[in-house]
Design a protein around this ligand. Structure first.
Ligand code: DX5
Ligand code: ZN
Length: 238
């Protein structure tokens, strides 16, 4: 299973240090929320910031979540900046097939996100073409929002399809993930957990990551097999 702190919740005056803190804390991925002010009513950061953060977290897998109306013009810049995976939204409609193909042709992992109001069936035609399905558990645009419990059946449906069709895409959840909601999502079938506020707000981020991982594994023992070996405890407070 994967714990992916979202940099959107970090201290923007020290993003390099915050990425180092996430790596020291034993996170597996760094989730990078890219917002263009069109697809969502907020603007976050772009390829230059991702490139600047990249050397501060060499061991972390960079999970780039494009909440953008024209992701086709951003794929190469984010790959150049150090993205390991790029997630685009199914709400982009008939652009999706070409976007998934392009990300793959750039040699990166491919993710597809589904917003809370969007039926999970919209993602069904693409399940054999993606490495990760992101079930949004908040409406995208801001960190610190409350978890939308109505999204849980979508996670269950995604897990059922994966099992029935013998596929192996990851099921990621994103938005309002904390020590309560991570358990519900794990039970529903999620295996990749994005958390911004719940992790970056903690002075001891290592303890927070460890606790979230433990709760997720306890909620779905199958996740324990996928557990990423935890890094040795840091010799200093995080
Ligand atoms: C929202 C972003 C989420 C958000 C998660 O549009 O996609 O990744 O940053 O933040 P928290 O965990 O604070 O809800
Ligand atoms: Zn996100």
């Amino acid at each position: 299973m994967i714990i992916a702190p979202s940099l959107l919740a970090a201290d923007f005056t020290r993003l390099g240090k915050e990425a180092e803190r996430a790596e020291r804390a034993g996170a597996d991925w760094l989730h990078l929320d890219i917002m263009d002010g069109q697809f969502v009513p907020n603007i976050s950061f772009g390829p230059a910031v991702v490139a600047a953060v990249r050397p501060h977290a060499k061991k972390l897998f960079f999970d780039v979540h494009l909440m953008c109306g024209k992701p086709e013009i951003l794929l190469e810049p984010f790959v150049k900046a150090g993205a390991d995976q790029i997630i685009v939204h199914v709400e982009l409609g008939d652009k999706v097939p070409q976007l998934l193909w392009k990300i793959k042709s750039l040699g990166k992992k491919v993710g597809l996100a589904v917003n809370p109001p969007t039926a999970i069936a919209e993602a069904a035609p693409y399940l054999d073409k993606i490495d990760l399905l992101l079930v949004m558990t908040v409406n995208p645009g801001f960190g610190g929002q409350s978890f939308i419990h109505e999204c849980l059946p979508k996670i269950q449906q995604a897990e059922t399809w994966r099992r029935e069709r013998k596929l192996n895409y990851r099921i990621e959840v994103d938005g309002g993930i904390n020590n309560q909601t991570v358990a519900e999502c794990a039970r529903a079938g999620a295996d990749t957990f994005v958390a911004g506020t719940a992790l970056f707000s903690q002075r001891n981020m290592g303890a927070a990551v460890k606790k979230m991982r433990k709760i997720a594994c306890a909620s779905d023992p199958a996740l324990a097999d996928l557990a990423v070996p935890s890094l040795p405890p840091p010799s200093f407070a995080l």
